[in-house]
Structure formats: structure tokens, C-alpha cells
Design a protein around this ligand. Structure first.
Ligand code: PHE
Length: 443
């Protein structure tokens, strides 16, 4: 697609919805609680909040600026602005591949839990951890992963406007409603208080430990979908009236609210049911059924929740699928259909390999055992923060200040009071902070 014929998102609200659809997903509802659970709960939440504002938002704004100014995919965007920086786009493509190599697996789990809500999940005497183990060793994770890739594929083939817009519009408000309802419900579970204490009362010594900061910054990048050109790609479909700063604040706040709501649901439930908060990747899948079990219609509520989780994941999978699809179709002049097929096929292959390969390596800050865990670590903790660092350096230093000013003010048609603050964060604070975290974790 050339610049003239490129599709676009219609209007301001849709731009927010689409970007928020990308951001809100497993990152906030599955990853945030389990990583917070492993890193001291409230201490993690505190640093995560700071990370969103100090590094997350500046990186998102920078990516929006690159994408909307160039109207290109991640690689094409950086190349158009400065040839020597196109590698930054490639690092995003690589990140998108790694994410594709495990995200569909977890998204498949939520689909399975949706289906199984009507199956044996809520039978008398079922232990949810045992149930999760049985599921994991069956053929079903493979099946649901493939189904998820196919669903994503179908939406992407139908194109930007139809697919992404419609999907984002419907499910987000529903997700909010059910999370709020659940958060109120768990407050009445016996022993819930310990969960609030764990999630909301920070131990400051732990908060500012190198480990916590490292994981919280990685989580901020992952949950906002920044540091890999995803927001470059999405912003390439924004129109010239979209307010980039406003959009990035809205998207970040929505993401934050969902993550906090997820924490407010999960931790009280975890403590009430006597589950360890450091349970790991299965946390959501063993703790939430404990919540539904006590509700009047467990199967129904459970099904609604896991369906919404699957849909929230779908608006995220389409976003990194689109990063790869836009790159392949634009850079290799391939039809959208072919580009989509290649991306989907690659995703399935990567997921299958990641699912069945155990991988024991010792890296500081990493403690997984499967290749899929390693994919997660490499993207969230390494590529995205580094990509974010260089995105800030690129927009803050490599481009002239007029570039950012022009994009933030929509070429002088709106005011941007935050321009100086954002430029300062991009130039100094984010790069130094991310650089420091890397040095302290790896050196
Ligand atoms: N932000 C998404 C989520 O939280 C994951 C994602 C990361 C999507 C990077 C696109 C790019 O689920």
C-alpha cells in the first residue's frame, strides 16, 4: 500500500480505542498480577506506576510521532526519517516475532478456560491447580493456540478499518464492567484483607531494589505495547488531527486502571484461597476460578470473564500481527493476504517450538524453564526497554526538536503544554534510567 492508498483509523476515539486495544490484554490481566506477585506486590505496583509515567508515556509519544509523520510500518518509518536508524525498526520486528512465539499460547489458555467453564472446571471437588496441570499436559493448549492464530488471521485479512476498529469498540467497556464487578465481589471473600495489604502497602526497601525496578520497567513496556514499533505502526493509521499526547495519556491510564483492577481482583482471591502470590504464569488461571466458584452462576461468570480476556488478547495479537504484516507487505511489496499468511504461519511454528522446548539458562533477572518463558524475558525485559531507550534518543536527539513539536501540536494547530516536559524525559530521564537499569542488572 502506498502512502496515498493507505487505510486509516477514522477519528480520535477510534485511535484511542485501537491503541488501548493493543495495550490492554494479557499484559495487564495475566502478566501484571503474576510478575507483581513474584516481586513483592505493592512495591512492584509503585515502581510500575512510576515507570508508566516516566518512561512509558514518553516512548509511546515518540513512537506515535514517528508513525504518524511517516505513515509507514516500523522499519519504513525509521528509515524514512533517518536511513541509519532503520535497525530500530528491525529490532521491533524481531520483538514482534518473539511475542508471537508465546502470546498466542497464553491467549489460547484463556479460550480454553472459556470453553471449559461449561465443561468440568466447576465440577464438585475440582482442585484448580491440578486441573491446570492436566490441561497443560494435554493436546488442548496446542489446539487453542492454533485457533487463536486463526482468529487473529481472519481479522487481519479483513484489513485495518473493519477488523481492528470493530473489535476494539465492543469489548473494552465490557471488560471494565466485569472487572469492577469482580473487584467488589472478592472484597467479601474471607481473608481478602491480606490481599489488599500485599497489593497496596509497599515495602519501600523492596520497591527500589534493582530486581523490582528491572521487572517493573519491563512490565510497563510490555503492557503499553511500546519499544517495538507497534505504536509506530498503529500511529501510521492515525489522521492528522489525532492528539498524540492526549491519546497516549488516555491509553496509558486505561491500561493502568485495568492492571490495578486485575490486582484488586486477584490478590484478595489469592490470599483468600491460600494460593502463593508467587505462583507464576498460572496465577490467574488457578486463582480466578476460586472467585467464580463462590458466585451464584460460576460457569456463566467464568465464561464471560475468560471470553473477555480472550477478546482483550485478540485486540493485542492483531496489533503485533499487524506489525509483521505491514512490514512484510510494504517492504516486500506483497499483497496483504500473503503477508498475513506468512505471519500467521510463522506464529504457529514459533509457538509450537516454544511450547515443547525446555530451556534452562541462567540469566540475571530470568527464572523460567520453557522456551516460551525465555521469549517473554527477551522481549519484555530486553528488547522492548532497549528499543524504548533508542526511540527516545532518536526522537530526542537525532531528530530536530521541530519534528516532535510539529507532531505534538499537529503542525501548530493545537497547543502542547507538555512538549518541553516530554522532550526532557525523552532526552535525559528515560535513556539514563533505562541505561542504569541494564547496567545494574547485567553488569
Ligand atoms: N500490550 C499487550 C498486552 O498487554 C502486549 C503487546 C506487547 C502487544 C507489545 C503489542 C506489542 O497484552
Amino acid at each position: 500500500m502506498g502512502a496515498e492508498t493507505r487505510a486509516s483509523f477514522g477519528g480520535r476515539l477510534v485511535a484511542i480505542l485501537a491503541a488501548a486495544g493493543s495495550a490492554i490484554g494479557l499484559g495487564s490481566i495475566w502478566r501484571f498480577p503474576y510478575v507483581a506477585g513474584e516481586n513483592g506486590g505493592a512495591a512492584f505496583l509503585l515502581v510500575y506506576l512510576l515507570a508508566i509515567f516516566v518512561v512509558g508515556i514518553p516512548v509511546m509519544v515518540a513512537e506515535f510521532a514517528v508513525g504518524r509523520a511517516t505513515k509507514k510500518n516500523a522499519v519504513g518509518g525509521y528509515r524514512q526519517l533517518a536511513k541509519g536508524w532503520r535497525w530500530l525498526g528491525y529490532s521491533g520486528i524481531i520483538a514482534a516475532l518473539f511475542i508471537s512465539g508465546y502470546y498466542y499460547i497464553i491467549a489460547g489458555w484463556s479460550l480454553e478456560y472459556f470453553v471449559n467453564s461449561f465443561g468440568s472446571l466447576y465440577n464438585e471437588g475440582v482442585d484448580f491447580r491440578t486441573q491446570f496441570g492436566i490441561f497443560q499436559t494435554s493436546w488442548r493448549p496446542l489446539l487453542y493456540m492454533v485457533i487463536f492464530v486463526v482468529l487473529t488471521h481472519i481479522i487481519i485479512v479483513r484489513g485495518v478499518q473493519d477488523g481492528i476498529e470493530k473489535a476494539s469498540k465492543v469489548m473494552m467497556p465490557m471488560l471494565f464492567v466485569i472487572l469492577i464487578f469482580m473487584a467488589i465481589w472478592v472484597a467479601f471473600m474471607p481473608g481478602a484483607g491480606a490481599g489488599y495489604e500485599f497489593f497496596l502497602k509497599p515495602d519501600f526497601a523492596k520497591a527500589f531494589s534493582a530486581d523490582t525496578i528491572f521487572s517493573a520497567v519491563g512490565q510497563a513496556f510490555f503492557s503499553l505495547s511500546v519499544g517495538m514499533g507497534c505504536m509506530v505502526t498503529y500511529a501510521s493509521y492515525f489522521d492528522k488531527k489525532t492528539n498524540l499526547v492526549g491519546t497516549s495519556f488516555s491509553v496509558s491510564l486505561l491500561t493502568l486502571v485495568v492492571a490495578i483492577l486485575a490486582g484488586l481482583v486477584i490478590f484478595p482471591a489469592v490470599f483468600s484461597a491460600g494460593i502463593a502470590p508467587s505462583e507464576g504464569t498460572s496465577l490467574v488461571f488457578v486463582s480466578l476460578p476460586e472467585v467464580f466458584k463462590g458466585m451464584p452462576l460460576p460457569s456463566l461468570f467464568s465464561a464471560i470473564f475468560f471470553l473477555l480476556l480472550a477478546l482483550a488478547s485478540l485486540t493485542s495479537t492483531i496489533s503485533f500481527h499487524e506489525v509483521l504484516t505491514a512490514y512484510i507487505s510494504e517492504e516486500f511489496g506483497m499483497s496483504r493476504k500473503w503477508a498475513t499468511t506468512i505471519t500467521s504461519t510463522l506464529s504457529v511454528v514459533l509457538c509450537v517450538v516454544a511450547m515443547y522446548t525446555a530451556f534452562d539458562v541462567s540469566i540475571p533477572g530470568y527464572n523460567g524453564t520453557m522456551l516460551s518463558d525465555l521469549f517473554d524475558f527477551i522481549t519484555a525485559s530486553v528488547i522492548l526497554p532497549l528499543g524504548g531507550l533508542f526511540t527516545c534518543l532518536f526522537v530526542g536527539w537525532r531528530m530536530k526538536p521541530d519534528f516532535l513539536r510539529g507532531e505534538l501540536t499537529n503542525q501548530g494547530t493545537i497547543k502542547s503544554r507538555l512538549y518541553h516536559v516530554l522532550l526532557f524525559l525523552m532526552r535525559y530521564v528515560s535513556p539514563l534510567l533505562i541505561g542504569y537499569i541494564f547496567v545494574s542488572n547485567f553488569v
